[in-house]
Design a protein around this ligand. Structure first.
Ligand SMILES: Nc1ncnc2c1ncn2[C@@H]1O[C@H](COP(=O)(O)OP(=O)(O)OP(=O)(O)O)[C@@H](O)[C@H]1O
Ligand SMILES: [Mg+2]
Length: 207
């Protein structure tokens, strides 16, 4: 399965969720390749520090993504692609390669409007690829997990895209990269964060 994390906006949780997804799949015994497609490569150090057997590939060149991912898919069970912010050629390439694309999105209507631009790219890809990839919105930094305002729910419905329960705003999610861990390795201080993240991983992978 090829998973892509992408959005037009920066700072919405793409890297945080992509790294946790790769770690989750590895924990399940899957052979995982993490493709860091962001030229800022903020996920790469985190993946290396986790040292849990996830293979890391840095592919910042948009023109390389399709060829490299196709090649990698021969010797991996799952590929997780962490995209850069923006509607760049890289974002398009991810949509042309992934089976499932997820759009982490901040908790405001402005964030959702930005995400709707990425959904337009998704629709283009789906036309070319007979309905692939599937797409879903992941609301992030919510006051409470699963609680979206009425306006956001209405706007998401208009986009015609699935909306996952998402993640709430928590210090543990902000701290976890600095500790070179994932939240379920952080112990008793992060039980709620760990539970939320694992629920999200189940939704993403369809477990
Ligand atoms: N649910 C959350 N609660 C608190 N902090 C969060 C949460 N999700 C992400 N963060 C923090 O928000 C910041 C942005 O997250 P992240 O780097 O994952 O986003 P991104 O979409 O990959 O950003 P970029 O576009 O810069 O690559 C980071 O400091 C991260 O620790
Ligand atoms: Mg990122």
């Amino acid at each position: 399965m090829i998973y892509g994390l992408t959005n037009s906006k920066g700072g919405v949780g793409k890297t945080t969720i992509a790294v946790h997804l790769a770690a989750w799949l590895a924990k399940k015994g899957r052979k995982v390749v993490f493709v860091d497609a962001d030229p800022q490569s903020s996920a790469s150090q985190w993946i290396k520090e986790l040292s849990i057997g996830i293979k890391l590939e840095q592919v910042p060149e948009s023109g390389e993504i399709i060829r490299r991912v196709a090649k990698l898919s021969n010797d991996a069970n799952d590929i997780v692609i962490d995209g850069p912010a923006g509607l760049s050629a890289t974002t398009r390439a991810i949509m042309l390669q992934a089976d499932r694309v997820f759009f982490p999105c901040g908790p405001s209507i402005l964030d959702l409007r930005a995400a709707s631009k990425a959904v337009l790219l998704l629709r283009e890809a789906q036309k070319i690829r007979a309905g692939k990839p599937t797409g879903a919105l992941i609301p992030n930094k919510l006051q409470k997990r699963g609680r979206l305002s009425r306006e956001m729910m209405d706007a998401a419905k208009k986009l015609g895209i699935d909306v996952l329960a998402g993640l709430s705003l928590r210090q543990s999610f902000a701290d976890v990269a600095g500790q070179a861990k994932v939240v379920w390795q952080m112990g008793t201080t992060s039980l709620l964060a760990s539970h939320e993240m694992q629920q999200l991983m189940k939704e993403i992978t369809g477990d």
